[in-house]
Design a protein around this ligand. Structure first.
Ligand code: ADP
Length: 550
């Protein structure tokens, strides 16, 4: 048999370095603006960023780091962190961004699990790293991400290196190496709400494909006309890929550093003419409060991606109607780099009533090319796309993991007998338009007398009450129904909301049997290191809560 005709196209591997090379050549003077830990604003262009990334690659080689070794960061969103993304991965090493908000023991655990050979960190985290020092078994080099003038006079860390000095000592005569696109570019760990965190190892190929997917019009819809401020940290699933997409598209990047309060963010949005942003819902709570309290408006900010946990419809409404900001609701997870679905309306949906359109946009949206999804019953049979049949959500695709770092067992399972699907641990429905709606994480679902009640749906209703700042719904034990919903509410300052008023607010908005049995008011809802409500902790806190009438 004759050999099949092969494509006769160039086959350059999809490497992360190709993104920044492209940005340097074609958007070289487009700015990257960073608020530094030092307090000032730093500006330069993609051409400068690429040159410094190459110098960093030279410095890493000089330090003796070997191909494939892991280089960890404890750092905010800023240009030095960006250089590390490219300098490390581009030279064949692997970036490991660590979330500094994790417990110190967890940080040490993941640094040891990943066998990090070097740790780059910002001055904010010097005390943390000094404390962790005895526990960090594999780290040979500690680099403080600052200039000579800001280096501490003394430190418990022996041979503490200065980032700027390392970079500036090199001449930049360095060519990015070419290697197999399936080699690791970066590792991100899941936040480990149950058990130890698990490592997801992204390849160069998956990272480049994810960046292309993210930029698409039905995803983040980014162009070189955008000015993008990722509020989502670079240690939270690579800021959802924005540092890579930025280079691919060549847009202006605005990095907020450690300054994430409403006032600092608002000033950056305005001064740098930000058009697009991304972050978890809790971030927008703070920013919106500031903007509202001071009677401000946004002059250039037009779109934002909100994800990481369900975006309350009330927040979407405020952003859209009061501030003219389009909200793109997104769903994803560490195991999928992280983008899975985004809510952008199709032509057919645009023909429907405003009410129907709003309802669709509140869902988590459609997959983009590169990812497929299915909801299945407990036997792994695919459920219909009727917007009603809720089941376990499974995914597969070019930027979905097929195993965890250092773990033997494959997490993958089947859909209708077809192998190769990753179980997300989420429960949801898919409608006839292909729109996913997450109803819960499987462990947060409230199982009341054999029926499931969606905690997200109840939280969304509570959040629509003008006196509610934040709301969580958890399962409380019930002798007859097994579990019943308990609503935990943080009121807005000075609000006089009562339990009865809160419960009355649910009437007519949801079936009677799904209305929470009780309300507790609390000063604060605990959040995870990535800004999600910590339901595990809430369940512990209220495990002895007696529902009325029991
Ligand atoms: P993180 O580091 O943010 O905790 P995870 O990978 O642990 O990352 O979080 C992924 C999970 O977050 C998803 O499985 C889902 O439960 C939840 N999630 C993400 N986005 C949304 C969303 N838009 N709506 C509801 N849940 C979401």
């Amino acid at each position: 048999m004759a050999a099949p005709l092969m494509g006769q196209m160039m086959t350059d591997p999809l490497l992360v370095s190709s993104l920044i090379t492209h940005a340097a050549r074609h958007s070289g003077s487009t700015e990257i603006v960073s608020k530094r830990v030092e307090g000032d604003l730093h500006r330069y262009g993609w051409r400068d960023a690429e040159l410094r990334s190459r110098k960093l690659a030279q410095a890493l080689a000089r330090l003796g780091l070997q191909e494939g070794e892991r280089v960890a960061t404890l750092a905010w969103n800023g240009y030095r962190h960006l250089e590390i993304y490219y300098g490390v991965a581009g030279s064949g090493l692997v970036t490991h961004t660590i979330n500094p908000r994790l417990f110190p023991e967890q940080i040490a655990w993941i640094a040891n699990d990943a066998q990090d050979a070097a740790l780059f960190f910002e001055a904010t985290f010097l005390p943390l790293v000094e404390k962790l020092l005895p526990a960090l078994k594999s780290v040979r080099h500690f680099v403080l991400m600052t200039d000579r003038a800001h280096m501490p006079a003394q430190s418990a860390i022996p041979n503490l290196l200065c980032y700027d000095e390392l970079v500036e000592a090199e001449d930049g005569r360095y060519a990015w190496p070419t290697f197999d696109e399936n080699r690791a570019a970066c590792i991100c760990y899941t936040s480990g709400t149950t058990g130890n965190p698990k490592g997801a190892v992204y390849s160069h190929r998956s990272s480049v494909l994810h960046s292309m997917g993210a930029a698409m019009p039905d995803a983040m819809d980014c162009s070189s006309r955008d000015v993008v401020l990722p509020v989502v940290p670079m240690f939270h699933v690579n800021a959802w890929g924005i540092p890579y997409t930025a280079a691919l598209v060549g847009f202006k990047l605005v990095m907020p550093g450690p300054h994430l309060d409403g006032k600092s963010l608002y000033e950056l949005f305005e001064n740098e003419k930000v058009t697009f942003s991304a972050g978890v819902p809790t971030v927008w709570l703070g920013l919106l409060n500031y903007v509202k309290a001071n009677g401000l408006k946004f002059s250039t900010f037009k779109r934002t991606v909100i994800g990481g946990s369900a975006c309350p419809p009330a927040m979407m409404k405020t952003l859209q109607e009061d501030y003219g900001v389009e909200v793109i609701h997104a769903w994803g997870m560490t195991e999928m780099s992280p983008l899975g679905t985004l809510s952008k309306l199709t032509a057919r949906q645009l023909e429907r009533s405003p009410e129907e359109q709003r309802h669709a946009l509140e869902k988590q949206g459609k997959v983009i090319y590169g990812v497929d999804m299915a909801v299945v019953d407990d036997e792994g049979r695919e459920l219909p796309w009727d917007g009603d049949s809720a089941g376990n959500l499974l995914v597969r695709g070019h930027w979905v993991i097929d195993r965890y770092y250092n773990l033997e067992d494959s997490p993958l399972t089947t859909v209708d007998g077809r192998p190769g699907w990753f179980p997300t641990g989420d429960v949801g429905t898919i409608d006839a338009d292909g729109f996913l709606q997450i109803t819960d994480r499987s462990k947060d679902v409230i199982k009341s007398g054999g029926e499931w009640i969606s905690s997200i749906e109840l939280e969304n209703i509570a959040m629509a009450h003008p006196d509610v700042f934040e709301a969580a719904v958890i399962a409380a034990r019930h002798p007859k129904w097994d579990e019943r919903p308990l609503l935990v509410v943080v009121k807005k300052p000075d609000a006089a909301l009562t339990r009865e008023q809160m419960l009355a607010f649910f009437e007519g908005r949801i079936a009677k049997w799904q209305i929470p049995d009780d309300v507790v008011f609390t000063g604060e809802i605990p959040h995870t290191a990535t800004g999600k409500m910590m339901k595990l902790k809430l369940r512990e806190q209220f495990k002895d809560h007696k529902l009325p009438g029991i």
